[in-house]
Write a protein that binds this ligand. Structure first.
Ligand SMILES: NC(=O)c1ccc[n+]([C@@H]2O[C@H](COP(=O)([O-])OP(=O)(O)OC[C@H]3O[C@@H](n4cnc5c(N)ncnc54)[C@H](O)[C@@H]3O)[C@@H](O)[C@H]2O)c1
Ligand SMILES: [Zn+2]
Length: 373
């Protein structure tokens, strides 16, 4: 069977790099390393799950071209995206006398990408890294834009740095082993990219929902490529998050609030899915979005198997959700703002930029309607 040509999405940041997307693109990694020579030695950073599932194949591809790597395995899961795990990586690099002319290869989900990227940003004051994302979320979101970092007990991503990867290889084949829940979580971010910037992407996600859920590689590759193109275009326009980048937060003002108020019982993408439904409804009620469009967004998310109602969890109330939203860093001076679409594919820009004031009475009413009995 012939493989379709990989997608190659350029990211025009300093330095520019390419995101290579498709089934089997990990096979391009060794030749790229030999040609681009980002380092004279390499360390492969991965987590315990991916070490078992995919690291041996990647090491074999590298070894076949004579590229030796040392592997550093970190414990899997968000709970380990910490300073302590970054130290574990640094201590392993130091023990192996890893030089300033080395480069890191980050093989894993967003946790590994954020940790390895941050370690690369500070090892010898900065060495190159290459991202090889293995979750859908990491492919479409975490591996573009150069945000790296770790969580603190006081909050997520409190310490970090902007550090761009030299290249990203998003091999769709890795997604075969991902759990349904992780897969859906990533699909929420793909849908978000459609709503904020690419109406055709959202329409295709809907039309191909069954093939997406069946994980047809070529369908997934096309969707990942379009979502990466949206994220790349937004971060290029606004590398330092002053304004444009706020559109990437669609669904996240209420989404983050749900995530934390639920004590993380909801996965990030699940919370963002519910958040997008809520924020789109608010946009419709506030006269920003033409009314039927919020229903369209909800329909697509539901057909992808994502939650579109606030589950009857832990007795969450609209007031508690809005309180959690205010506690989030996106509430400037106590006023809630969120990015709102004016139509599917276009975000509204107001006097306050892309973060529009959220009418809290409207939001409370919308959340009350969305509570599951
Ligand atoms: N840097 C950014 O711009 C950015 C953007 C979005 C999210 N993030 C960060 O990304 C993290 C979430 O990423 P994530 O959802 O990939 O989480 P993750 O890295 O924890 O991966 C989720 C789970 O899937 C496992 N896994 C990874 N690849 C697998 C595969 N191919 N098959 C089976 N299991 C696999 C992991 O071991 C883990 O248990 C968060 O920490 C978030 O802050 C960063
Ligand atoms: Zn997100």
């Amino acid at each position: 069977m012939t493989q379709p040509e990989p997608h190659r999405i350029p990211v025009s940041l300093a330095p520019p790099y390419e995101v290579v997307i498709g089934p089997g693109v990990a096979r391009e990694l060794p030749a790229w390393l030999l040609a681009a020579r980002p380092g004279h030695e390499y360390a492969l950073i991965t987590d315990t799950h991916v070490e078992r599932l995919h690291a041996p194949a990647v090491r074999a591809l590298l070894a076949a071209e004579g590229i030796e790597v040392r592997t550093i395995v970190v414990p899997a899961g968000e709970a380990h995206k910490t300073r302590a795990t970054k130290e574990l990586i640094e201590d392993a690099l130091a023990a192996g006398r890893f030089g300033r002319d080395g480069a890191l290869l980050a093989l894993g989900g967003g946790v590994v990408g954020d940790l390895a990227g941050f370690a690369a940003a500070t090892w010898h004051r900065g060495i190159p890294f290459v991202a090889i994302p293995t979750t859908l979320l990491a492919m479409v979101d975490a591996s573009v834009g150069g945000k790296t970092g770790v969580d603190l007990p006081a909050g997520k991503n409190l310490v970090g740095a902007f550090h761009q990867p030299r290249a990203v290889f998003a091999d769709i084949g890795f997604l075969a082993t991902l759990s349904d829940r992780e897969m859906r979580s990533g699909l929420a971010e793909v849908a978000k990219c459609g709503v904020i910037r690419d109406a055709k992407l959202l329409a295709r996600l809907d039309h191909d929902a069954a093939r997406v859920i069946a994980r047809e590689p070529s369908v997934l590759a096309d969707l990942v490529a379009d979502a990466v193109a949206v994220k790349a275009e937004v971060v290029q326009a606004d590398e330092r998050e002053s304004d444009r980048r706020q559109i990437l937060n669609f669904g996240h003002t209420i989404g983050h609030a749900l995530e934390s108020a639920s004590g993380y019982a909801l996965a990030h993408g699940e919370a963002v899915s519910i958040g997008m439904v809520a924020e789109a409804r608010c946009a419709a009620r506030q006269g920003v979005l033409a009314a039927p469009e919020d229903r369209v967004i909800e329909g697509v998310l539901a057909r992808l198997g994502l939650p579109v109602r606030v589950p009857a969890l832990l007795g969450l109330t609209p007031a508690a959700i809005l309180e959690a939203a205010r506690a989030d860093k996106k509430a400037r001076a106590g006023r809630l703002r969120c990015a709102m679409p004016s139509a599917i594919g276009t975000m509204a820009r107001g006097e306050t930029g892309y973060g529009l004031p959220l009418d809290e009475a409207v939001a409370a009413a919308v959340l009350a309607e969305m509570l599951e009995a």
